[in-house]
Design a protein around this ligand. Sequence first.
Ligand code: NOJ
Length: 541
Amino acid sequence: MTKQPAGHLWWQRGVIYQIYPRSFQDSNGDGVGDLRGIRSRLDYLVDLGIDAIWLSPIFPSPMADFGYDVADYCDIHPLFGTLADFDALVADAHRRNLKVILDFVPNHTSDQHPWFIESRSSRDNPKRDWYIWRDPAPDGGPPNNWLSYFGGSAWEYDATTGQYYLHLFLKEQPDLNWRNPQVQAAMLDVMRFWLDRGVDGFRVDVMWLMIKDAQFRDNPPNPAWKPGMMPHMRILEAWSADQPEVHQIVAMMRRVLDSYDERMMVGEIYLPYDRLMHYYGTPESPEAHLPFNFALVLLPWDAHTIAQTIAAYEALLPPHGWPNWVLGNHDQPRIASRVGEAQARVAAMLLLTLRGTPTMYYGDEIGMRNVPIPPDRVQDPFEKNVPGEGHGRDPQRTPMQWDASEYAGFSKVQPWLPLADDYRQRNVAAQRNAPHSMLSLYRRLLTLRRSEPALSIGSYQAIAVEGDDTARQSVLAFVREVNGCRFLVALNFASHPARLSLTTIGEGTIALSTHLDRGGSTVQGDLELRADEGVIIALAP
Ligand code: NOJ
């Protein structure tokens, strides 16, 4: 029976699962995933044990940036289906107690959006000011030195009207002018359109970039830039990101959500913690429910760094702020490729036992890895713009590996991106009943988390590890507790064994090991962790 104290909302207790719709399930044989495909896999997601799905963009789009270039915010791209398919997906998901979160892309539209087509048509068009237009610099060049995330200047010259427009991403993704009240009203209406259709929340794309300096001042150079870093990092985003006025916009979005029941937003924000925390807003003027915390995606994988980071995050969270953690997404290398398969299991245990809402990335539950993409199959515009520097995101966007059949059960035809070489071994069907598989580990972790409120809403207390050298250097340990029910989580980041002393912590029973083989055994005094092993121990009262 679920022991569930009241007072926490679904997005605090639950686990979010990100679906990249192009790659989850193709239902109509065009090699690209779609909404009917997702619908046909809902039972898998229920069985896995997640609570909410977040869909990367599914709106009409020329697909210059695979849907992050939206040409109509209030419809569905025919590749993915229709509004009726979407309604059916939401209804089916809700029947299964799954929430549905959409990707909202407010910073920029497609250059094919009717608003931009109007805006670029003449300087006196009523939509001119909906985007960010500036005169050329005196030498005819771009108005300032701001850079695009995907390489080159963030400004594109438009000969028709003799001005430049701003695009922090592709030139096919012009930035909206969020200082314009008409833009604000139109975009808040977009939110209402989907909320009225029953969506449970939004993941908001590049939330921290939505407002730019009113004077468009030059950004300072970044003395720490080195080859290999993202191209826009040559300059510091002092004037093009994280501007104070952005908080009024996020608060406005929040007010729309709060006029509905239990809806939420998670903001994509890549900022240091001290800046990130501002996106929770204040109790009087709340902002994002969950400003994404990307530390586990970005930091070196060692126990010491992670322990310090968790401590810093917990210490900086405002009292009204609910934490969250992420291991991967469609922009970042897969966790199993970053840390290796054995540590990916430890990472799964960490993600699903830390205090805060976890967001999983499709396929990580079967240990999918980055798939090398031959040059003639590259799709990602980032890789095409800046080839060979390792920025391409196709490797982490490859089709879900459902079974060992041709095209992995994803499609009946060659998929839009190549399948992993090892998909015949690494797939859902092969792992579903294999007692020690990654999928079994994820299912067990999710089941335990659901049945033990200490692991979702309990308090978090770091433990100073005592024991042998490996334990002290490479083991991360913490206790989660609710209503006197306590769990110790101990994770060995090393590829050799560690012995911990439990004398100050107490004794207990292993609820789960990442090795899935010693649940139920009692531990007292010392805890032996094998190489790359994590355990969750139910502590005796
Ligand atoms: C962040 C998204 O996650 C990424 O995939 C996209 O390319 C940019 N924002 C631009 O929308």
